[in-house]
Design a protein around this ligand. Sequence first.
Ligand code: HAM
Length: 462
Amino acid sequence: MPKMFKKKDAEEKALKPRRGKFVSRLRGMKDILPDEYKYWNLVIKKATELSKAYGFRRIDTPTLEALELYERSSGRGSDIVAKEMFSFVDKNGDKIALRPEATPGIVRAYIEHGMFNLPQPVKLLWLGPVFRHDKPQAGRFRQFSQYNLENIGEASPVADAELIAIAYYFFRELQLDVMTQINSIGCANCRKDYLVKLEDFYKERGRRSKLCNDCKKRLAKNPLRLLDCKEKQCQELAGDAPQIVDSLCEDCRNHFIKVLEYLDELDIPYNLNPTLVRGLDYYNRTVFEIWPAFAESQAGKPADAEAAGKVEPPRQNALGGGGRYDGLVEYMGGRETPACGFGIGIERVILKIKEKNIPLRDEEKGDVFLAQLGDQAKRKIMKLFEELRKAGLNVRQAFSKDSLKSQLEAANKMGVKYTLILGQKEVMDGTILIRDMESGIQEIVDYKKIMGELEKRLDNGK
Ligand code: HAM
């Protein structure tokens, strides 16, 4: 090959962009693709409407907060802070964390914006992403989204019952069967005696040696967490441990009884679960979790079914959880303020909706498709499209396609009832064709009367 050509080839090659190395998404992170959005829209709409009806107002907080916020509120000993935090030192040398849960940020905002000056309680709705560096598996991600409700400033057991009721209605209206697990972990006063009893229990007859390594450490620091451990051998021991409800002080017992009475009144089913303590430091009195009903029915199954991997321990696939946190606002620098709330994992809810094959309306479907043939028709129909869209019609198009066949295929995919067809002839005549997509029948209509024609037909079809 002559030298000159070789040089030209090499130059062209150098100019052509090379296919680069592909960088995939991080482990435990999920893309939400367009096909999945119908589930998200449904769940978020339900959460928003329900919360609004009960007087909750939307709040958002930053994704990044000071690491200390979580260390002090969720607790240094909690799994979330001790093992699962995405934290780093920023360019100023400040210790920062990606939010592993929403409650601490919401409490910070309540204090920082002086919301204690507003009429109490302040009822807040929060929807957004949360980050935990946990071991990814089905239904467990490193970035996931939560629907949180927080009722700040209400001491009455009505608030606890209202939250549990809202969570129950949320799942029921999404056609998901759930069972609420509920317990009371009392206050610092009644817990003092109970913790002594619990420690004694675990120290008795070599029980300590049967505990997992984490629980051996927890026994000295936070024995309550032993009841909540996910390890099989620890769960078996927890089943025989003394129950905290038997040690509640009078106020805590009365509070718990009132919550249960309200739930009974509202016919909200629940299961009293003496080992439910929740893994965060700030809870007191009522704690609850929402479990899928199938997990509930499996909860009593022999432990080897879990060992065989057939059944996940229910606590690991809880759909939601929450409780009262009367000391947190004060502990984080605010006034003494009672509070309670819950968080529901949106991805887990969507997985359940998919598992149950609940049919959903495809919101991308339109009513009318606008097809065109020829350049003049294309320009005219682009204007018509905008007029119909502004008038509130659910219109669709594929202006980049030229053949009628491919446009009708697109119209079919979008599930429209009618397609308008504008060609060169119709432009000349001042008409347009309207095609009924089900029967295939086409009619010629006066172009100026198309809006009225469509409204009439769409109204009749309702
Ligand atoms: P939590 O139990 O840690 O509570 O999380 C609430 C829900 O988030 C869980 O029940 C579950 O559905 C979902 N979830 C947790 N971890 C993951 C994960 N790795 N992947 C997918 N979903 C997950 C809290 O966060 C508390 N702040 C709730 C609260 C609000 N308590 C009072 N107010």
